[in-house]
Each structure stands twice: as structure tokens, then as C-alpha cells.
Design a protein around this ligand. Structure first.
Ligand code: SAH
Length: 346
């Protein structure tokens, strides 16, 4: 018989399986506790289970574990990047980002590589392999939380789903993982206000989030409000009108302010004309704009905007009463941008 990964079983499914096999169903809570709250790697470690149940589990299941294959710590800003190995030897990345206000943010992945192939993104240069299972998305947070304690002496304060992959193209696993991150009972008890999901702008997915009453923060990697330019940098199939529609729908249902991410590229999207288009796009609903400094990747067609143009762009938006933040790129010395570490290992 082929053994199944027990981490793939939700609490309810574990309960059902135990019952079906004449074990007490309250054991499901103990088992999922060992897996989600302690991240044990063997059934023998589940100390409060009877031997008979441990033997039964061993005969039917295995426990997949994510291993840390490599890590690098930035000399500049203490950002730590991890290369994780999954049980099928695929590799993904996770990052710990400490910031001045005493916060530690974990950036996690949702897919092994990405099908969007955004031209500026290192992940886009890797070949798409597969979606992550919900427990693999969750386990990254678990491990990064442990590492945050070990390295910085404190727990994670924030989670950003901004690593490899497009979360809205792996919708169900991402949502199930977020539920676990937030659950006091089963998972880590992290508040929804501290979790941000970032998407290239998959309109069906954004509408689905609205229907599912999504409580966390939503960020959209817009990078340009010009259709032709957008087609040039990403092969995401939704056009700007469709994205606009979905944002309207999202706001109507949730009344939540969204964030636009906008990497400023020199002579590509950093002119006042571009800023005007962006300001126009931002009229859809209450929002915030994060201007992002480009972190150069290997095969470079882009370079980062000059300080002068960045300032002009930012001032233009502020004058329109938009909320704008400038995000300096972190971990530049350790290839901390999405996909860069996994890429360098190929
Ligand atoms: N697919 C999702 C999440 C992954 S990308 C999305 O598109 O949002 C997460 C963020 O990192 C995006 O805003 C992306 O544009 C940004 N990013 C990717 N490569 C970058 C680079 N080289 N420099 C700066 N930001 C980058």
C-alpha cells in the first residue's frame, strides 16, 4: 500500500479516518497538534498516543518535512533568506525581514516557481513545477517563526505572501494555509491584520476573495497602469479593465483598503505621465501605494529609477493626496528578491 502524507489531512479528515478505523476521534486533535504546533518529524514523538495507534499511523502514513537546504544573512540589513527543500526535492524560498520598528516579517512562497514569468522577477526565470500543498505553505511560516526566535529572539510579527509563485493561482491551498496561520486552536494564532497576500492581479481570484470575506490585507503588484507596458512585463492574462472590475467588486464587498505595489524602473514606468495614469487608476477605491526600489536580477533588461525621478514620481502622487510609501529593497547582497536564491543554485 502506498503511504499517504499525514500532513495533507485536515483535522476533520483525520478525525474521520480514525473513526473509520475504530480509533477514538479525539486523538485527531492530539495528532494535528503534534504536526501543526510542534512540527514533529516522526510518529514516535507523538508521546500521548497509544502504541497501537502509532503503529497504525506508521503503516498508513508518512510525515513530510521541509528541510532548510541553505541560508544567507545580509551584512547590510540582517535580512535572512532560506532555501527550503520539499519532500519531493523541489526547492522554494522564504525570507525573514527584520525592520527598525522591532518587527520581523516572514515572506513565504505558494508555488514552486511561477507561470507568470514577469520579466523583472528572478522566479519568472525558473520553470514552473507545481502548486504547494496547504501544509507546505503553513510549514514555512512555522519554521520561519522558530528561526525568528533563534536568530532575533522574537516571534514573527507579520507574514507577507510575496515569495515564489502566484497565490491566487493556488487559491485553495493558500486559503487553507492562511486559516491555519490564524487559528489559535490548530495553528499559530496570527491576526489577520498581520497577514498580506500579494497578487499580480488575477481578477477571478480577487472576486473570490471578496465572496469568501477575505480578512487579511490585499496587495496588487500593478507596476504600471498602462496596458501595453503591463503586457510587456508580465504574461498574466487579465487586462487592466478586468482587474479594475474585480477591485471595485472587492471594495464593495469588503470595504477594505488595498495596496498597490509599484516597482520603479528607469525610463520604463517612472515618468510623470506614468504617475498620472497610476493616480487615475487609484480612483477605483481607497488605497495605498508602495513604490518599490528595483532589486536587480541576473539577466537585466531593467534598471532602477534614479533618485531624482523617484522623488518626482512620489511627490506627484502625494500632491494628489494619495498615501505613498517608498520601500527600499532589502537584502541586496544576498539575492533576497523573489526567486534569486533558488536561481543562483541552478
Ligand atoms: N505573484 C505575486 C507574489 C510574488 S511577487 C505578485 O505578483 O504579487 C512579490 C512581489 O515582489 C511583487 O510585487 C513583485 O513585483 C516583487 N518583485 C519581484 N521581483 C522583484 C525585484 N527584482 N525587485 C523588486 N521587487 C520584485
Amino acid at each position: 500500500m502506498i503511504k499517504k502524507d499525514i500532513k495533507n489531512f485536515s483535522f476533520g479528515k483525520t478525525q474521520y479516518f480514525l473513526k473509520k478505523n475504530k480509533f477514538q476521534s479525539f486523538r485527531a486533535k492530539q495528532i494535528t497538534n503534534w504536526l501543526r504546533k510542534k512540527n514533529v518529524s516522526s510518529f514516535e514523538e507523538m508521546k500521548n498516543l497509544p502504541k497501537k495507534l502509532i503503529d497504525f499511523l506508521k503503516n498508513n502514513f508518512f510525515i513530510s518535512n521541509i528541510e532548510i537546504k541553505d541560508f544567507q544573512k545580509s551584512e547590510i540589513d540582517d535580512t535572512v533568506k532560506f532555501l527550503f527543500q520539499l519532500s519531493d526535492n523541489q526547492e522554494i524560498e522564504g525570507v525573514l525581514i527584520p525592520s527598525k520598528n522591532n518587527r520581523i516579517t516572514a515572506c513565504i512562497s505558494t508555488q514552486v516557481a511561477c507561470i507568470l514569468s514577469c520579466k523583472f522577477c528572478a522566479t519568472g526565470q525558473l520553470k514552473f513545477q507545481r502548486n504547494l500543498f496547504f501544509h507546505e505553505i503553513y510549514e514555512q511560516v512555522f519554521i520561519l517563526n522558530e528561526k525568528a526566535k533563534e536568530i532575533f529572539g522574537k516571534h514573527l510579527s507579520n507574514i507577507v505572501i510575496m515569495g515564489m509563485g502566484e497565490p491566487l493561482l493556488n487559491y485553495e491551498n493558500t486559503m487553507e494555509a492562511i486559516d491555519l496561520m490564524m487559528s489559535e486552536k490548530e495553528g499559530l494564532g496570527i491576526s489577520h491584520q498581520r497577514i498580506t497576500l500579494s497578487t499580480v492581479g488575477i481578477s477571478d481570484g480577487i472576486k473570490q476573495l471578496a465572496d469568501d470575506n477575505f480578512k487579511c490585507n490585499l496587495a496588487i503588484s500593478l507596476h504600471t497602469a498602462n496596458e501595453i507596458k503591463r503586457k510587456h512585463i508580465t504574461n498574466s492574462k487579465d487586462n487592466l479593465d478586468e482587474i479594475k472590475d474585480s477591485i471595485e467588486y472587492f471594495y464593495e464587498k469588503t470595504k477594505k483598503r488595498i495596496t498597490y505595489e509599484y516597482i520603479l524602473f528607469d525610463k520604463f514606468n517612472d515618468s510623470l505621465e506614468d504617475a498620472k495614469k497610476l493616480a487615475n487608476f487609484c480612483k477605483i477605491s481607497p488605497c495605498k501605494i508602495n513604490l518599490i526600489e528595483y532589486n536587480p536580477t541576473n539577466n537585466d533588461i531593467f534598471s532602477k529609477s534614479t533618485e531624482k525621478n523617484t522623488k518626482k514620481f512620489m511627490d506627484f502622487l502625494s500632491d494628489k493626496n494619495l498615501i505613498v510609501n517608498l520601500r527600499k529593497s532589502k537584502g541586496q547582497d544576498i539575492l533576497a528578491s523573489c526567486g534569486q536564491l533558488a536561481n543562483s543554485k541552478k
